[in-house]
Design a protein around this ligand. Sequence first.
Ligand code: AMP
Length: 308
Amino acid sequence: MGKLLIVGTVAFDAIETPFGKTDKILGGAATYIALAASQFEVDSAIVSIVGDDLPQEYLDLLTDRDIDISALEIVKGGKTFYWKGKYHNDLNTRDTLVTELNTLEDFNPVVPQDYNDADVVMLGNLHPIVQLGVINQMKKRPKLIILDTMNFWMDNALEDLMEVIKHIDVLTINDEEARQLTGEYSLVRAAQKIFTMGPKFVVIKKGEHGALLFNESQIFFAPALPLEEVFDPTGAGDTFAGGFAGFLAASNDSSFENMKKAVIHGSNLASFSVEKFGAERMLKLDRKEIRERLHQFKKLTQFDIELQ
Ligand code: AMP
């Protein structure tokens, strides 16, 4: 069984979509990543910080899935990271209405001893200094370091972000962010520019239009499954990253061919995540329906063409 170390937010999210709104519910990048990765044969642990305002039942949802939260720091009297977002009618774009870092403001991550030899490190969206702090605590170089980030950190901590990007193997990022990071409109050129920053692999997420995987001159495209109903896209990117990282940790193979499969697993899990508010759908997923949807993915992309 592979070992996966996950870093990222465990958060309160308040979400508004054209179909409804929720008050503070369980969210955060690390939460979505860990829930998705728990669908694979991996031992996983979260490094993060919350306040004691986060209900115990939320933590139980993680431990019930064998996610190790012993390195999730709970600050007495502290407040948990809070994010509020509102989606536009097309559900592809959203406005961030509130980002309160709270306990995250002075977070010094401590990697648990059992995980300082993890095979895969998934650095979820968080301050790049925290992400770097985790890499520096690893006893041996992980086989794979994957990093996810967002425009918030490009706007607020670009220099630190560029430093951590030097040390990673895979960058997962959405299309708009890839353009912001590189100044290139073409995603092919953007990926090439990201290679010069450090990573050998780049995954560019395009929401309902799928995801692109780049490595040297090779490109692979995975569609997103066309769904009848998309209810709430929050966490889709993190769920994708969790599926991607979880599969790679379980399969212990970081070749381009295996990463193609990882992209499909990530896309498959993300297709469930968007069907309900927050993490609700991810908490009620069984392996049979995951397998069935993988068949749909295969059908969607398979074709026979005779080439001369
Ligand atoms: P996604 O929809 O995949 O971009 O991820 C949404 C999740 O990211 C939410 O659960 C938020 O709690 C979390 N989030 C939003 N803003 C930030 C931020 N600046 N840093 C870390 N996590 C964030």
